[in-house]
Structures are given as structure tokens and as C-alpha cells.
Design a protein around this ligand. Structure first.
Ligand SMILES: NC(=O)c1ccc[n+]([C@@H]2O[C@H](COP(=O)([O-])OP(=O)(O)OC[C@H]3O[C@@H](n4cnc5c(N)ncnc54)[C@H](OP(=O)(O)O)[C@@H]3O)[C@@H](O)[C@H]2O)c1
Length: 288
């Protein structure tokens, strides 16, 4: 693919950023990846990826990262400062006359959400929409790949514990989200749009456990736990207090079944059906 715009990726060392970077690498399109520590991320550098050091909390570093950039993508971690970080990024994009900003948000992002994380995204999404910048906002539901966080307990005990009761959710494959994002970055047809990204079906964790069992040939069970136990477990595993609290909070919302709706947005962005959880389970069976 021949493509002349200069692209900046922020968050390229993270789960979604790495998938997106692979898309650009596979298509031989040059990108600039802003990383916090070049020394630690040297292996990302290749013929199509240029690295630049920068930090979202440091506007001066963003000024340098944005030199000559036409299109800028941002994903941040779940973090108490994310609204400030997004704001710094949008200001830098505006000052650099960037033509298109692609922001990673979350399904249900809303300034009035019961979830602090989704209120943060709602606030930043609103700021971007009102900034005068040309934007595309991606609001994906939870990823199939989140279950990889539980692969150690699944391997050891043949079960995984989550506080989602018997609720269904329209989970999505991160690889599809990256391909959709790549298509957005390299096309003019998705400007000033918000996409609600879901997989093709709504699934309960019991049915995901059954699909993992079929893919691995081992019995894998889902054990529902309370939200309180989930928060305590995340803290015990070393997650900072704030992260454990806001993640448990959002799990409580997922457990109501409020995130089970599917949309057709992925079909529009991919030109095909998004991957099913059965596809994911087959591809990742060796992790479990
Ligand atoms: N989990 C889900 O199911 C789900 C679903 C929908 C939406 N989301 C949203 O997805 C996002 C998280 O995505 P992810 O899992 O891909 O994130 P991630 O793996 O935690 O990656 C975060 C990236 O941000 C970088 N970063 C952290 N602090 C930074 C700073 N101060 N300046 C510049 N870069 C910084 C990290 O770089 P380092 O390598 O330097 O740390 C890393 O590259 C959140 O906004 C979340 O709300 C998640």
C-alpha cells in the first residue's frame, strides 16, 4: 500500500498499540511511535517504525513528537491522569495542525456513566469532539484477550474466577480492533465518527468456558465470584488501589448485562464479520 501521510502512534508498547503497530509493519507503512523509554523498547524499531521518546504528562516532549505529523493515534492505560494526558495530546495535535486524530475510548463512554473509567473517556471524547480537530473515536467492548490475564489460573486449576454472574457481553477480538483502526488511519471515510465496536455475538462466561474447553480438549470452568472478592484479588495481585477499585466498579456494570448489545460497526470497518470467540479460542488454545 502506498501512503504518504506521517503517522504518530502513542501507546505503541501496550496491548492495543502493539497490534496496531504490527498492522503498519505488515503493510510496510512508515510510522513514528512515541515511547517513554527508547532504550527499553529498542526492539520495536525497524525499517518502518521510527521511535521517539516522549511522555503524555510532558507537553514539551509532545511538541517534538508531533513535528511533521498528519495523523495521530492515542491509547492510554487506565490511569487517574488519563483525562489530563488526552488533553495534552489534543493540544499538541492542534498546535501541530494534525489532520486526523484517532482516539481509543471504551464502550459506553459517557460523562454521566456510573463507571469512573467511562466518565474519564466520556470527558476526553467530548473534549476531542469540541476541539475543532478532525477525529475518529473508537469505543470497543471488553476484549477476548482479557482472559489471557487469567491463563495461569486456568492452566493450573482448570477454572477462572470473575464477578460477571451469568451476564452476557459482546466481547471483541483486539486483533480486529487493530485492523479496524489501521483501516481508519489509512482512509478518508471515517472522519468525525464514533464507532461502537463489538464482536459478532453476546456471550456469557459460562459459554466462553465451554468454548475454551472444546478448543483445548480440557474441562475449563467459570466460577462466579463477588465484586468485592474480585477487587481484593486484583489488589492482592499487585494492582494499585485506584485501578482495582475502578476495574471492580466497571465489572459490576458488566454483571448487570448492560454491555450485551452488538453493533454492525466492525463489519463496516473491516468489510467482513469480526472474529468469534471460537476463532480466538482456537488461535490461543496453547495459552490455556
Ligand atoms: N481491557 C478492555 O477490555 C478494554 C475495553 C475497551 C477499552 N479499553 C481501554 O483500553 C485502554 C487500555 O488499552 P491497552 O490495554 O492497550 O493499554 P496498555 O497495554 O496498558 O498500554 C498503555 C500504553 O500507554 C503507554 N503509556 C503509559 N503511560 C504513558 C505516559 N505517561 N506517556 C506516554 N505513554 C504512556 C504505555 O507505555 P509504557 O510501555 O511506557 O508503559 C503503553 O504503551 C484504556 O483506555 C481502556 O479504558 C479497554
Amino acid at each position: 500500500m502506498s501512503f504518504n501521510s506521517k503517522i504518530l502512534i502513542v501507546g505503541a508498547t501496550g496491548r492495543n498499540g502493539r497490534e496496531l503497530l504490527s498492522q503498519f509493519n505488515e503493510n510496510n507503512i512508515h510510522v513514528r511511535a512515541m515511547v517513554r523509554n527508547i532504550e527499553k523498547t529498542k526492539k520495536l524499531k525497524n525499517a518502518t517504525t521510527e521511535l521517539i521518546e516522549g511522555d503524555l504528562s510532558d507537553p514539551e516532549s509532545l511538541k517534538v513528537a508531533f513535528i511533521d505529523i498528519d495523523i495521530a493515534y492515542i491509547v492510554t492505560p487506565v490511569h487517574p491522569d488519563s483525562v489530563i494526558w488526552f488533553s495534552n495530546f489534543f493540544n499538541a495535535a492542534k498546535n501541530a495542525n494534525v489532520k486526523h486524530v484517532i482516539k481509543f475510548s471504551g464502550f459506553g463512554a459517557d460523562i454521566n456513566s456510573d463507571s469512573e473509567v467511562l466518565r474519564q473517556h466520556g470527558e476526553s471524547d467530548k473534549q476531542l469532539m469540541e476541539s475543532g480537530l478532525t477525529y475518529t473515536i473508537l469505543r470497543p467492548n471488553s476484549f477476548y484477550q482479557n482472559i489471557l490475564w487469567l491463563s495461569t489460573q486456568i492452566k493450573a486449576r482448570g477454572k477462572f474466577c470473575m464477578p460477571l454472574a451469568d451476564a452476557s457481553q459482546s466481547f471483541i477480538d483486539m486483533r480486529d480492533v487493530a485492523e479496524a483502526t489501521f483501516n481508519i488511519c489509512t482512509s478518508d471515510t471515517h472522519k468525525n465518527k464514533i464507532y461502537k465496536l463489538t464482536g459478532p455475538e453476546s456471550l456469557s462466561l459460562n459459554s466462553m468456558a465451554n468454548k475454551l474447553s472444546s478448543a483445548t480438549g480440557r474441562l475449563i470452568k467459570y466460577m462466579p465470584i463477588t465484586i468485592k472478592a474480585s477487587e481484593a484479588g486484583m489488589k492482592a495481585a499487585g494492582l494499585p488501589e485506584w485501578n482495582a477499585r475502578v476495574l471492580a466498579e466497571i465489572q459490576g456494570i458488566f454483571a448487570t448485562g448492560a454491555y450485551s448489545k452488538t453493533t454492525d460497526d466492525m463489519k463496516i470497518l473491516l468489510g467482513r464479520e469480526p472474529r468469534t470467540f471460537t476463532d480466538f479460542a482456537a488461535d490461543y488454545a496453547n495459552h490455556f
